[in-house]
Write a protein that binds this ligand. Structure first.
Ligand SMILES: [Zn+2]
Length: 340
């Protein structure tokens, strides 16, 4: 991967190349932004770092190092990423078990795959992937080895927010006593879940989104699902509602969480529309509904609605039974809508 293969992100690329050009490469760095953007950047960055013939602010793409990094076959480049049990790996899943799958996935998507794409490629169905203690042991051993190529030993932690506590504690030790010639790169979509002690030990580069549009907003399936659910909350016919809830509960956990976050954002937009006339687009395909619905969200119910949605998001994160969480949410929302 070369910087020239990346669309946009010119400011970030300039910052990354200047870190390397100035020879002040920190041993722990974090790229904060969507996985689709951070992975290609990290890939091009490490290729630039190892290139034997850098020129014009990019790697050459031709030297042996470039070729090894481009094919993700560099012996000193290691990846840690979330995993879960699969039909093949029935217990103790960790990144080491899935290196081949991960490399294929990244080569196929050219680093632009996101966490849902990865879970699908991995075939973990509705389970939540995690980065665990076993992964941490591999960080320590890989980084304490002598570099095969005599250069940097590089460890990329993809979707770092998926690390559990024992991984975080071991990582912290490595960050506190860095080995010379090692580079740990965390790629993270949201750093709120990282220990503050980790955040304070990494040099963070926060990425700008290209369009300012979030992933959830661009999912037309979510818009359709949300609108049909909202319609049902007014009449509350149990049979129909139950079928609708089944459909929503059929999303995998990550998707369901994104859907609920999307719903929360739409509710806030609707409130801003009714309270302050800020434009909002429900995208139901029914102009009357789009015009009428935002009026239902007022100062009298926005807090109740936010609370109900946040509780549901929390329940989904905690692996609660999705259908029950969604039924409860439906009743609370229905009640709140009547309070306008
Ligand atoms: Zn090169």
């Amino acid at each position: 991967m070369q910087f020239k293969d990346i669309v946009g992100q010119r400011d970030t690329i300039q910052r990354l190349t200047s870190i390397i050009d100035s020879g002040r490469v920190s041993h722990a760095q974090m790229l904060l932004g969507e996985a689709e953007v951070t992975m290609p950047l990290a890939w091009a960055y490490l290729q630039y770092l190892c290139c034997e013939n850098r020129h014009d602010g990019d790697s050459c793409g031709e030297c042996p190092s470039c070729k090894k990094i481009a094919s993700l076959m560099h012996p000193d480049l290691h990846f840690i990423f979330p995993t879960a049990t699969t039909s093949r790996v029935k217990e103790k899943p960790w990144s080491g078990e899935f290196q081949g799958e991960f490399r294929d996935f990244m080569l196929q998507t050219q680093g632009r795959g996101n966490i849902d794409d990865w879970y699908e490629a991995l075939g973990i169905e509705n389970k939540q992937g995690l980065i665990r203690e076993l992964d941490a042991d591999s960080v320590v051993s890989a980084l304490s080895l002598k570099a095969y190529e005599g250069g940097w030993r590089m460890m990329v932690v993809w979707m770092a927010e998926k690390m559990n506590e024992s991984f975080a504690n071991k990582l912290l030790k490595t960050l506190e006593e860095p080995l010379p010639g090692t580079l740990i790169m965390l790629l993270c979509e949201s750093d709120e879940r990282l220990l503050p002690t980790i955040r304070s030990r990494v040099q963070t580069i926060k990425l700008k989104t290209e369009s300012g549009e979030t992933k959830e907003e661009s999912n037309p399936e979510f818009a359709e699902m949300l609108v049909s659910w909202l319609r049902m909350l007014f009449k509350l016919k149990m049979k129909e509602l139950s079928a609708q809830v089944d459909k929503m509960a059929g999303l995998n956990r990550e998707q369901l969480k994104l859907f609920l976050q999307y719903a929360l954002k739409v509710m806030r937009d609707c409130f801003l529309n009714s309270a302050a006339g800020v434009e909002c687009h429900l995208g139901s395909g029914d102009e009357k509904f789009d015009a009428q619905f935002p009026k239902m969200i007022t100062v009298n119910n926005i807090e109740l609605i936010e609370e109900a949605l946040n509780d549901a998001i929390f329940a989904v994160e905690r692996n609660a039974y999705a259908k029950i969480a969604l039924m409860e949410l439906s009743f609370r929302m229905s009640k709140a809508l009547k309070k306008r």
